[in-house]
Design a binder for this molecule. Structure first.
Ligand SMILES: C[S@@+](CC[C@H](N)C(=O)[O-])C[C@H]1O[C@@H](n2cnc3c(N)ncnc32)[C@H](O)[C@@H]1O
Length: 202
């Protein structure tokens, strides 16, 4: 992917910062939910439930961008929803865990920022992946993921003032999303304090 040198640098910085943070958490918490920064299983589940509002995903080709420990895959199974699932993560430890826990399923170590897949997906979901992003990596990922989906890209943002987390206002998120000319932008909120979900439709 051809980028301006300083954009490229910020994207690389975000990539390694994310990897470093999750690596530290893995060393401390192994594969417990804390390794993903989740306050609770409840908040994770509540976020997944919002994703189901995007449309009918049964039998659709979906990408779980930043799949972590494969919990969204597990959630879909538990809900009885069959999909053509793919999970990508940049942390090899998480991908290894997913492949061991769900043999035969498609989990892959990949960062779309550096290696965009050839095939598109109907829906792309990204839960929690912007926690340690920076402005450039956020914009690049949203642009790429929206480009890679046929129906919609769904992601969530947690508004926090904690240091070391990515800060962006809701207005800026929506402004940026609208610049991509989606057919429709839907904002879902009021399900968890400080959290909201965005659906960008083709
Ligand atoms: C807070 S965790 C959430 C994991 C999972 N989505 C869930 O809800 O259980 C964020 C995950 O995004 C991954 N991640 C961050 N940036 C990424 C990128 N550019 N591509 C793929 N995965 C990424 C991290 O490695 C981490 O596993």
């Amino acid at each position: 992917m051809e980028k301006e040198p300083d954009i490229q640098l910020q994207v690389i910085e975000a990539h390694y910062q994310q990897k470093r943070r999750y690596q530290e958490l893995i060393e401390r918490y192994k594969t417990g939910p804390q390794s993903l920064h989740f306050v609770s299983k409840h908040s994770q589940l509540t976020r997944f439930l919002q994703f189901l509002k995007v449309g009918t995903i049964e039998d659709k080709k979906i990408l779980d961008l930043g799949c972590g420990l494969g919990d969204f895959f597990k959630f879909l199974k538990e809900q009885g929803i069959t999909t053509q699932y793919t999970g990508y993560d940049i942390v090899s430890h998480f991908v290894g865990h997913c492949l061991k826990t769900y043999p035969g399923e498609h989990f892959e170590e990949r960062d779309i920022l550096f290696s965009k897949p050839k095939d598109n997906f109907d829906y792309i979901f990204a839960s929690g992946i912007f926690a340690h992003a920076n402005q450039i990596s956020f914009e690049e990922i949203v642009t790429l993921a929206f480009d890679m989906c046929e129906l919609a890209f769904a992601f969530n943002i947690f508004e926090t003032t904690q240091p070391d987390f990515f800060h962006i206002t809701k207005e800026d998120v929506l402004f940026f999303c609208n610049r991509l000319n989606p057919c429709k932008v839907v904002l879902v909120e009021d399900y968890l304090p400080g959290d909201y979900t965005v659906f960008l439709y083709k």
